[in-house]
Design a protein around this ligand. Structure first.
Ligand SMILES: N[C@@H](Cc1c[nH]c[nH+]1)C(=O)O
Length: 395
């Protein structure tokens, strides 16, 4: 192991400096207000959870979990997502609350990254979960909420891509049965490695008709008309049900007048293995990675002994800030520069200005390195230096 350089941070960890922080906070406020105006109630859960309960239910690859031991020797994880902790809370602290339950969160989650990946290992997510409602109205509500929240942030060009895990599974099952070969193809899909998928299909011992069918999945993307092609490709009951669910969701989104934001993509398959139905991702401002994603997970809550259908999503705050490109907007501040004999007056004046809503820095002149530089960084500098002349107002 090489020696650590003093300023190094653990892999994937980032600092948020003032300009970025300010933008992030504005975005977060707008989104939280939107969640709450739709009746979603904010919750918080601990950063650490047991590996055996929430850790494994989070359905994330084991090597992406940060693990540590408590004093009793139990394995803990830094939460890799909020959906599993919320399932735990729903089945415990909220067990007497009737369904449907609408919850919101804003928190940091942790996913260990590989050396070359360059991705953050800790990032903030803002999300909602609608638990105990399996209707297409619930699917449509949650997708609409994602769109409305993104609109409120001021993001202009974005799109929501919708798929259905049940459909992909139905196709793979029809051609391959329920074996490992299907898992291999699922992995290519969630890695969005379509070249790898095609190559893998090519090498499978299948008829050319079956290979064609598997490859046809890759073409199932586009506007709502793609639903008709999807109906023709697979006709098993599970596939039909999936297409019907998407058709119903389309109707709901039309009622919200938001169906134009949607593109269908039947290749969409998520890294989280708890999804059972519709899945969706949002893309914006030419950022190559999704700003957020979610879907229906009807089997997760039964792992916590309170079976319930559920749907939700999370937005990545760091990527949203990047997509909006608003970094650097530190709010304007006033500085009161004082010398010690006028400190009481300076403190009093600062208090009064703060009461009017101003942001006021109180700075002892003796602590300043460079007065000119200091003046440049404030909107306004009030100096209270030296003996005050009788009756004089503040300069
Ligand atoms: N927890 C998921 C997002 C989600 C929320 N609800 C359903 N899905 C994630 O981190 O990707």
């Amino acid at each position: 192991m090489s020696k650590l350089f003093m300023f190094e941070k653990p892999l994937g960890m980032r600092d948020a400096l003032p300009g970025y922080f300010q933008t992030k906070r504005n975005v977060q406020r707008v989104i939280n207000d939107e969640w709450e105006s739709w009746g979603y109630l904010p919750v918080e859960t601990p950063t650490l959870e047991y590996y055996d309960t929430v850790g494994s239910a989070s359905a994330i690859l084991d090597h992406q979990l940060f693990k540590l031991l408590d004093q009793q020797g139990r394995t803990l994880v830094l939460r890799p997502d909020m959906t599993a902790p919320i399932a735990r809370v729903t089945a415990s602290g909220l067990q007497n609350q009737h369904f449907p339950i609408r919850l919101a969160y804003h928190t940091n989650v942790f996913r260990a990254q590989q050396l070359e990946a360059g991705r953050p290992a800790e990032f903030e997510q803002l999300g909602v979960e609608l638990i105990g409602d399996g209707t297409s109205s619930a699917n449509g509500e949650v997708v609409s909420l994602m769109i409305e929240a993104l609109r409120k942030t001021g993001l202009t060009t974005f799109q929501i891509t919708v798929g259905h895990v049940g459909y992909v599974n139905a196709l793979l099952e029809e051609v391959l049965g329920n074996d490992e070969r299907a898992d291999d193809l699922r992995r290519f899909l969630y890695e969005k490695n379509y070249v790898g998928y095609r190559q893998h299909v090519e090498n499978l011992p299948l008829s050319s008709l079956d290979k064609k069918k598997l490859n046809s999945l890759l073409r199932l993307r586009g506007d709502w008309r793609t639903l008709d092609e999807a109906v023709n490709l697979v006709q098993t009951p599970a596939a039909r049900e999936a297409v019907e669910e998407l058709q119903e969701m389309k109707a709901v989104l039309e009622h919200y007048e938001l169906s134009d934001y949607i593109k269908l993509d039947f290749n969409l398959f998520m890294h989280m293995s708890y999804y059972t139905g519709i899945v969706f991702e949002s893309y914006g401002n030419n950022l190559g990675v999704p700003l957020g994603s979610g879907g229906r997970y009807d089997e997760l809550l039964q792992q916590f002994n309170r079976p319930a259908q559920a749907v939700g999503f999370g937005l990545r705050l760091d990527l949203l800030v990047e997509a909006l490109g608003l970094t650097g907007a530190v709010p304007s501040q006033t500085c009161i520069l004082f010398s010690p004999e006028r400190r009481p007056e300076a403190v009093d004046h600062a208090r009064k200005l703060r009461e009017t809503g101003k942001r006021v820095v109180l700075q002892d002149i003796r602590g300043v390195e460079d007065v000119d530089q200091l003046s440049d960084s404030y909107e306004d500098v009030i100096s209270m230096i030296g003996k005050k002349k009788e009756g004089a107002a503040h300069e």
